[in-house]
Design a protein around this ligand. Structure first.
Ligand code: ZN
Length: 231
């Protein structure tokens, strides 16, 4: 990570607002799902710039996504080099180490926006759901610890679930897990929570839809509340 932690944030006029970044991500996703990507900022000039530049003067958003190979983050948003500070973790859960990487994106890469991107058909969310609802066996200590980050989201889902099908329940769990990740980020990183309170960063939740390549943005106000501890 080529940046200078001691530096002050770049003047705000060099960075777009969170709303402008959201609009740019949304436009990039539209190009991706309509199969007309531009692959911006990826050519030789950009690569040379990346060698010399401070990413903090360029990166637009910090994105937490699942490790799933079906969710290639830069492609989904038709983004280029130095556009996104990406953290990937199975189930897009926020452990202490994930929170540290996201905190780096906010405090040192100075992105005006953090996006938590869940996705349909998430294997980690499905495994956690099967364990809770069907008493499926453990997956070993490491994976069980990872799935434990998803359990509070499942515990908030109504029982019995309206629309009893497994597909509907997992879709709802994926969304609930986005709120959980934002809440865990706020809980594990007081620094990010403070930056958010002071208006230096905004947050957004979204779900990537494997079926059509679209990104569905979730309720903006609820994302801010989840980060502040009200998932
Ligand atoms: Zn996943």
């Amino acid at each position: 990570m080529k940046t200078h932690p001691a530096r002050k944030p770049p003047p705000s006029e060099f960075k777009p607002s969170a709303e402008q970044v959201l609009a740019a991500l949304d436009q990039g996703n539209r190009r991706f799902r309509e199969d007309r990507p531009r692959h911006p900022r990826t050519g030789p000039l950009r690569r040379r710039l990346a060698h010399y530049a401070d990413q903090a003067e360029h990166a637009l958003a910090t994105v937490l996504a699942c490790s799933d190979s079906r969710v290639p983050v830069e492609r989904i948003f038709d983004a280029g080099i130095m556009d996104l500070f990406v953290v990937r973790q199975a189930g897009n859960v926020v452990s202490q180490d994930t929170a540290a990487s996201l905190e780096y994106g906010v405090l040192h890469v100075h992105t005006p926006l953090v996006v938590v991107l869940g996705h349909t058909g998430c294997g980690a969310v499905t495994a956690a759901w099967q364990r809770q609802s069907q008493g499926a066996g453990g997956l070993g200590p490491n994976l069980d610890r990872l799935l434990a980050y998803i359990e509070p989201a499942l515990a908030r889902m109504p029982q019995p679930f309206p629309g009893a099908g497994q597909e509907e329940q997992i879709a709802a769990a994926v969304e609930e897990n986005v709120w959980q990740a934002l809440a865990d980020l706020g809980r594990l990183s007081p620094e990010v929570r403070r930056a958010h309170q002071e208006g230096r960063v905004a947050v957004a939740g979204a779900v990537y839809q494997l079926a059509d390549g679209g990104v569905r943005w979730l309720d903006r106000r609820r994302a801010q509340e989840a980060l502040q501890g009200r998932p």
